[in-house]
Design a protein around this ligand. Structure first.
Ligand SMILES: O=C1O[C@H](COP(=O)(O)O)[C@@H](O)[C@H](O)[C@H]1O
Length: 237
């Protein structure tokens, strides 16, 4: 399928939106529909979201969607090893922009734990994630280096985190930018989502997608692991 001048593999669909506001609104509707369907089917829904700066508008649109938030569990694809009060905390971002109003009744399962070191924090997150349940919707972001979640090219543990046989739900990662210490969900857990959406903005990230589609090496560009699986890309300039 060709969209944004990219040749997407058949299992990948692409939606081109006119602006960041349109992308946020469209993504919120898509996610809310999938959560409602999960609640109708089994009485509960699980949503995993990404952090960074770009999801803010999406979070604010999503929290306004009408659905039974008390039946929704929300977690993170990745986290920075900083306390929730820190400006770089992904949990802080979700608490500030998504878990407000009706959406405040959702259950939130965070990845950050106060621990003496990153390895121990990742182990505690791995244990806590046993309570997550099957993921209905995963919303990924992507960096210009081709990282997604906190699966960073060149990080120790990346090979293990990208392995389909990885038994850890969460592993410690090192990012090239501060805060360097990260926690990431691993590929088997991320790839188990019923619906995976990738939200990307701007020409630079489109060029990253084109580069990712042109090669094979997942360790060089971890987003490739998701371009081989069913994926819905939402892009805007
Ligand atoms: O560090 C991170 O980067 C990616 C991309 O963030 P963005 O602000 O450029 O969209 C994000 O998906 C990930 O969750 C975050 O921790």
């Amino acid at each position: 399928m060709a969209i944004f001048n990219l040749d997407l593999p058949t299992q990948v669909t692409g939606l081109s939106l006119g602006s960041p506001e349109q992308l946020a609104g469209e993504l919120a509707i898509t996610v809310a529909n999938a959560l409602r369907a999960a609640i109708d089917a089994r009485g509960a829904a699980v949503l995993v979201v990404s952090g960074g700066r770009s999801p803010i508008a999406f979070f604010e649109r999503l929290r306004g969607q009408t659905l039974d938030w008390s039946k929704v569990t929300i977690s993170l694809a990745d986290e920075r090893f900083v306390p929730v009060s820190h400006a770089d905390s992904n949990e802080g971002l979700v608490r500030h922009h998504l878990l407000k109003g009706e959406a405040a009744s959702a259950r939130f399962l965070g990845l950050y734990h106060s621990a003496p070191n990153l390895d121990e924090a990742a182990r505690l997150a791995h244990v806590a994630l046993a309570e997550l349940g099957a993921i209905d919707v995963l919303v990924l972001g992507m960096g210009e280096d081709g990282h997604t979640a906190s699966l960073f090219p060149g990080s120790p543990n990346l090979e293990q985190a990208l392995s389909t046989g990885c038994e850890r739900r969460c592993l410690p990662m090192q990012a090239p930018s501060v805060p360097r210490q990260r926690l990431t969900l691993t590929l088997p857990l991320l790839a188990s989502a019923q619906l995976t959406l990738l939200a990307v903005q701007g020409q630079a990230k489109l060029a990253t997608l084109a580069a990712a589609l042109a090669g094979e090496d997942e360790a060089a560009m971890p987003i490739r692991a998701f371009l081989r699986r069913p994926l819905e890309i939402h892009w805007c300039p």
